[in-house]
Each structure stands twice: as structure tokens, then as C-alpha cells.
Ligand binder design. Structure first.
Ligand SMILES: Cc1cc2nc3c(=O)[nH]c(=O)nc-3n(C[C@H](O)[C@H](O)[C@H](O)COP(=O)(O)OP(=O)(O)OC[C@H]3O[C@@H](n4cnc5c(N)ncnc54)[C@H](O)[C@@H]3O)c2cc1C
Length: 382
């Protein structure tokens, strides 16, 4: 029994969740990513797994009708978020209504995974983007139980995870809000943890990939003390992610990387924000793309917690390529994969990322020199 074309499988776990015989396990395949494997001795060939797969049955999608540049009014929330803290605001609103939030936790123990949050004191676990594929495990079943028990639920994830959930649920639920991230792709957890082992950070308890200072990977211990901290271009794993050399195969033909969206609301970084925009942006700014009426109403209900500026949707689409097309493959991706499979991440990265690192460092240096020159000119004028 085949569930879907392996090259297209996005690892959303919907098939494992739906299987009535629990005979699907997720096992490591290319690049260390998880793919479903059926225990044929238990399978009854009911076909539920291939029907639920979003690669076989694409859920309904719609183009957002409005775009907003937005940031949380709460300074702590804004500081700790990847861009403007929109995900945290939506989550806080849902908890404030007595609802439940599902999102990706920063905890590394047992792998990086989606968790269920019911209390404000746990919200910090979800804050920040984890640039790796989060494991859904069997959490779609918990989402369904909550919905059937009439609890309000907010589910935040990548578009393929939301698509997996929507198909798994089979019918619309008034008490469910879905939010998808604009996503350019995911490397595997196997690769991340192999890398953390290589750099002596395997003992870390929590991981984040964004700081207000820029793109930094931070691994911290149980007291939140950093055990590893590097800027993106100084970290092989992060650089591989940014250069699109280590992403899952399916990310390069992603069915959700377009302006039609699968969720009630899409959230991302507002990369293409015009310099003429009036919203204050000391650091990052989130992009909110309400898609459905439900998404728009929920976003509007959060407006007292957000600073918002409406922008043309064309500005949002133009500035963020995963809203137009799937990410392209790095030129030497296949060479990297061959080396990774034969020699492991460290050697594969050393061979493929050398030039990319040099380029990033040079650009960074030139930026710094440019800034230095500007500073010298200002001081001279004084
Ligand atoms: C793998 C990945 C790739 C991305 N690529 C882009 C991009 O190309 N362009 C762009 O504009 N934005 C991208 N983003 C989104 C971006 O990093 C921010 O999450 C977004 O701007 C929202 O910021 P925020 O401050 O509102 O929330 P954040 O503080 O980033 O919170 C993000 C929310 O997303 C959830 N989350 C975190 N990591 C994951 C994960 N690995 N899988 C599923 N859910 C997760 C958390 O539960 C949290 O609720 C990507 C995110 C991820 C995880």
C-alpha cells in the first residue's frame, strides 16, 4: 500500500493520526526526515491514510483579502518573538477566551514537537521560530478531542501541518482557528541534533533561532543559561537552512507556497514592507494575512493588543517569495546530500558551505565597514 509519492511527502503525520489500526510509524529516510511506514501485517487496506494525505487531496485554499504590518504592544512579547509577536498575541487571546493553543515547543527533550498549551504560564514555550521540522506525533487526535468537547482551539504550524490537520478533521469546526506560517522549508531534526552533538551543545534543553539582534541560534540549559550561541553564518546548520541546501525534498515542490492559503490567518515576517510605512519597527514586524471571515474576526478581536497598519496585499506578496512559489534548490544540494549520507553532517557541511560562509562573512564585513564610514562622516561633520 502506497500513501503518496515519497518525494512529495511533507511529513505532516496526518496518515499516522488517522490509521484505525495504528500500523503506521514514522521512520527516518532521506536527509534524516521522517516518512510513514506501514506495518503490512496489521494493515487492512482501508485507504484512510492515502485519502487524508494533503498531497493527494489538497484542502480548499483562498487568497487573503487584506495585509497588515503588525507588532505586539506588549514589549516583552515583542522582544521574545521572531518578528512582531503576532503568534504570541493570537495565542494569548485564545487562552484569554478559555481556549487551547497548539504550537511548536522550544524544548529539545524527546525531539522538537507540537504541544498543547492551556495556561499563560506555558506560552513562552511556543515563542520564537524553530527552524527545523516540528514533529506532530499523534497530536491531531488531541485537537479533535478538544474540538468535539467544544473547547476553542488555535492551531499554529507550517502550511503542510495545517493542511494535514484540516484533512484529518474531515469537517469544519466553528471552534477552530488555524494559523499557518509563511514557510520556506524545513531541515530534519536528525541533522539538527547531529550538529548540536558536533558542537558540544547536545546537553541543551531549549532552542531558539531568532533574537532581536538578528539570526542567532541559542541553545540553553534548564536555567535558560546559553550553552551554545552563534550567529547564523557562523553555524553550519543555520547556514545550510538559509542556503536551502538541507531542506526536505517536498519543500522544493511545496503545494502551499503560493498566495492562496490553507489557514484562517497566515503569519510571517513583513519582508517587503515599504519604507513609507508609518508603523514603528525598531526590530522585526509581523505580516498578518487574514484569509477567512473567521481569521479576520479573530485578528480584529486582537486589535487592542497590536499596533497595526494596513498595507496592500501586493506589497506582502512581492516581498516574501514563499507566498509566490516554492523555494529553489541550492546548486550543490545533491552533492551535499551524497556527502551527508556517506560522511555525516560535519564533513558534508565543511565541503559545501565553505564558499557560502565566506560570501556571507564578506557581505557582513562590508555592511559593517559601510556603517563605520557613515559613523566617521557623522563624527567629522560634528
Ligand atoms: C521553518 C520555518 C520557516 C519559515 N520561513 C519563513 C519565510 O520564508 N518567510 C517568512 O516571512 N516567515 C517565515 N517563517 C515564519 C517566521 O519565522 C516567524 O515565525 C513569523 O514571522 C511569525 O513571527 P512571530 O513573531 O509572530 O511569532 P514567533 O515568535 O516566530 O512564533 C511562531 C509560532 O510558530 C510556531 N512554530 C515555531 N517553529 C515552528 C516549526 N518549526 N513548525 C511549526 N510551527 C512552528 C510556534 O508554535 C509559534 O506559535 C518561518 C518559520 C518557520 C518555523
Amino acid at each position: 500500500m502506497t500513501i503518496c509519492d515519497t518525494a512529495k511527502c511533507s511529513g505532516c503525520f496526518a496518515c499516522q493520526n488517522v490509521c484505525p489500526k495504528n500500523c503506521i510509524s514514522m521512520t527516518e529516510g532521506r536527509l534524516g526526515h521522517l516518512y510513514p511506514q506501514i506495518d503490512e501485517s496489521l494493515c487492512i487496506s482501508c485507504g484512510a491514510c492515502s485519502r487524508v494525505c494533503p498531497q493527494n487531496n489538497l484542502p480548499e485554499m483562498s487568497v487573503p483579502t487584506a495585509a497588515y504590518a503588525t507588532r505586539s504592544k506588549d514589549s516583552d512579547e515583542y522582544e521574545n518573538a521572531s518578528s512582531g509577536g503576532l503568534a504570541a498575541v493570537l495565542s494569548r487571546k485564545m487562552l484569554g477566551r478559555g481556549g487551547i493553543v497548539y504550537g511548536c515547543s522550544s524544548e529539545t527533550e524527546g525531539g522538537i514537537k507540537h504541544v498543547r498549551i492551556e495556561s499563560d504560564s506555558d506560552l513562552w514555550l511556543l515563542s520564537g521560530s524553530k527552524y527545523v521540522q516540528s514533529h506532530i506525533n499523534l497530536i491531531f487526535r488531541d485537537v479533535k478531542d478538544d474540538l468535539e468537547n467544544r473547547r476553542a482551539v488555535l492551531f499554529i504550524g507550517t502550511p503542510c501541518q495545517v493542511a494535514g490537520l484540516v484533512n484529518y478533521l474531515k469537517k469544519p469546526y466553528e471552534n477552530l482557528i488555524t494559523a499557518d506560517l509563511i514557510c520556506h522549508g524545513v531541515p530534519s531534526q536528525k541533522m539538527l541534533f547531529e550538529h548540536l552533538e558536533n558542537v558540544g551543545a547536545a546537553s541543551g534543553k531549549y532552542i531558539t533561532f531568532r533574537e532581536k539582534a538578528g539570526l542567532y541560534i541559542r541553545v540553553s540549559d534548564e536555567n535558560k543559561k546559553p550553552v551554545y550561541y552563534k550567529e547564523s553564518f557562523d553555524d553550519d546548520y543555520y547556514l545550510g537552512f538559509l542556503c536551502n541546501i538541507s531542506l526536505r525534498d517536498s519543500c522544493h515542490s511545496c503545494a502551499f507556497a503560493k498566495n492562496e492559503r490553507v489557514s484562517d490567518i497566515t503569519i510571517g515576517d513583513f519582508w517587503g514592507l515599504s519604507p513609507q510605512a508609518e508603523i514603528k519597527k525598531p526590530y522585526g514586524i509581523s505580516l498578518a494575512l487574514p484569509v477567512t471571515d473567521k481569521g479576520r474576526e479573530f485578528f480584529e478581536a486582537c486589535s487592542d493588543m497590536l499596533e497595526n497598519e494596513e498595507r496592500p496585499t501586493s506589497e506582502a506578496f512581492a516581498g516574501n517569495s514563499p507566498l509566490r512559489k516554492p523555494v529553489g534548490k541550492a546548486k550543490d544540494r545533491e552533492k551535499f546530500i551524497k556527502n551527508y549520507e556517506k560522511k555525516g553532517f560535519k564533513k558534508a557541511a565543511a565541503r559545501s558551505l565553505f564558499k557560502k560562509r565566506l560570501r556571507s562573512k564578506t557581505i557582513r564585513l562590508l555592511q559593517k565597514i559601510g556603517l563605520l564610514k557613515k559613523l566617521i562622516n557623522i563624527l567629522r561633520r560634528k
